[in-house]
Design a binder for this molecule. Structure first.
Ligand SMILES: [Zn+2]
Length: 152
């Protein structure tokens, strides 16, 4: 499991178990474990956002576009999106950083971005929101939405 903090994405080395932080600006580059030098793959899974400070840091300084899934535990369509988003994350590891924001746990982020319904997916690039879509959809349509947003 990968975790997010205000400096980057923290991943566990598959070889030695060491925790390594992949700094946001360097998410695009190849990284090696600080302890055993094993090459660390880019995150291939959606990462739950722990707080708004980590969210803001990721959006502001990520070297990769950031795809944000706004969701809540009680939302049935959100639960349908979760496995689709996991497919998108694993197929596009190293291309986007995919974050989940639980709008019940972090209502200030939802308020700031005026999220009126969930699931809503937003794409950030260079610190700015470049696209948004609401509603559940399959992985291929999520990918098509992200790609069309980033081509603009
Ligand atoms: Zn290691």
């Amino acid at each position: 499991m990968a975790d997010l903090d205000t400096k980057g994405v923290v991943v566990t080395c598959p070889s030695c178990g060491q925790r390594n932080r992949l700094a946001f600006p360097r998410l695009r580059s190849e990284t090696r474990c600080g302890k055993c030098k094993t090459s660390l793959a880019a995150s291939g899974e959606p990462i739950e956002t722990p707080d708004s400070a980590a969210f803001d840091a990721a959006v502001a300084s990520s070297g990769l576009p950031v795809v944000v899934d706004f969701w809540a535990p009680w939302c049935a369509p959100c639960r349908m999106v979760a496995p689709e988003l996991a497919k998108v994350a694993s197929r596009n590891a190293g291309r986007y950083l995919i974050l989940k924001v639980n709008t019940d746990a972090l209502p200030d982020i939802g308020d700031r971005f005026s999220i009126r319904s969930i699931p809503t997916m937003a794409v950030f690039s260079g610190g700015k929101e470049v696209g948004r879509t609401a509603g559940a959809r399959p992985a291929a349509e999520i990918e098509a939405f992200i790609e069309s947003t980033l081509r603009r």
